[in-house]
Design a protein around this ligand. Structure first.
Ligand SMILES: [Zn+2]
Length: 175
C-alpha cells in the first residue's frame, strides 16, 4: 500500500521536510502576530485571518507528521494519492488541481471529509510544500537526476475528473 519510500520519491524527502518546517514557522509567526491583537480590538477581517492562520498552522504541523512517518503522495496522470496517517493501509485520499473560477487561481482539491470543514488542511499543506520544494530544488541546483520533470503536467478539469475516476477504480481493483 505504501507506494513511495525514501528511495523513489521524485524530490529529496529532506528538502520537502525542510520546506514544511519553514512553512510551519512562517504560519506560526503570522498566527502569533494576529493573536497579539487584543480580542476586543480585532476587526472582522482579523478574526477571519485568525481562523485561516490557525488552520494553516494545524495543516503544516500534520503534514510534517505525515512526512516524518514516511507517507508521501504519488502521482498518476495528474491525480495524487496519499495514504491516511490515522487509517494507514486502509484509506487513500486523492488530490488534484482545480481552477477556482471566483478567485481565478488553481487550487488543490481533495476527496476527504476535511475538505468541507477546512479548505486548507494536511493535503493542501503537503502539495504546497512539494510545489515550494520544486522551486527550491531549481534554485538550489539539485542534481537534475534527483528531480523528475513536470510532475504536475497539464490539467483540464474534465480530463481530471476522468483521471480521478480511473484512479479510484484502479485503487478499488487493487484493494
Ligand atoms: Zn483532504
Amino acid at each position: 500500500m505504501n507506494q513511495n519510500n525514501q528511495a523513489d520519491f521524485f524530490l529529496p524527502p529532506a528538502l520537502v521536510e525542510e520546506v514544511l518546517t519553514d512553512l510551519l514557522k512562517l504560519a506560526s509567526t503570522g498566527l502569533s502576530s494576529l493573536e497579539a491583537i487584543p480580542v476586543r480590538q480585532r476587526t472582522d477581517d482579523e478574526r477571519l485571518m485568525l481562523g485561516k492562520a490557525r488552520n494553516e498552522v494545524k495543516a503544516y504541523r500534520t503534514a510534517l507528521d505525515y512526512w516524518r512517518a514516511g507517507i508521501y503522495p504519488s502521482c498518476l496522470d495528474g491525480i495524487w494519492s496519499i495514504e491516511s496517517l490515522s487509517e494507514r493501509g486502509q484509506v487513500i485520499h486523492h488530490i488534484w488541481r482545480e481552477f477556482d473560477t471566483q478567485a481565478r487561481v488553481y487550487r488543490w482539491r481533495c476527496d476527504c471529509k476535511c475538505a468541507e470543514r477546512s479548505p486548507f488542511h494536511v493535503h493542501q499543506a503537503v502539495m504546497t510544500a512539494i510545489e515550494v520544494a520544486l522551486d527550491r530544488a531549481d534554485s538550489l541546483a539539485y542534481d537534475a537526476t534527483d528531480v523528475d520533470d513536470e510532475p504536475f503536467g497539464p490539467d483540464a478539469p474534465a480530463q481530471l475528473g476522468r483521471r480521478l475516476a480511473a484512479a479510484r477504480s484502479a485503487y478499488l481493483q487493487a484493494a
